[in-house]
Write a protein that binds this ligand. Structure first.
Ligand code: ZN
Ligand code: ZN
Length: 64
């Protein structure tokens, strides 16, 4: 049973980098989310080829 309120916030996500609601963000299970524009800005620090690393918890994610 998931709370429907959290899932449909206008379909957007809050980017933790620019603090704006974005139609798409890469997100981590810890709650961190980053939009493609900010991701591109921080790519050197976040991404390592096909993966990106959450700056908050260090979890490694596959880029989709
Ligand atoms: Zn952003
Ligand atoms: Zn995380």
């Amino acid at each position: 049973m998931t709370a429907p309120e959290q899932r449909r916030r206008r379909g957007g996500r809050l980017c933790h980098c620019c603090k704006a609601e974005q139609p798409f963000c890469w997100s981590c299970t810890c709650g961190f989310a980053i939009c493609p524009a900010c991701f591109a800005d921080n790519k050197w620090g976040l991404s390592n080829g096909p993966t990106w690393i959450c700056p908050d918890c260090g979890r490694v994610h596959l880029l989709e």
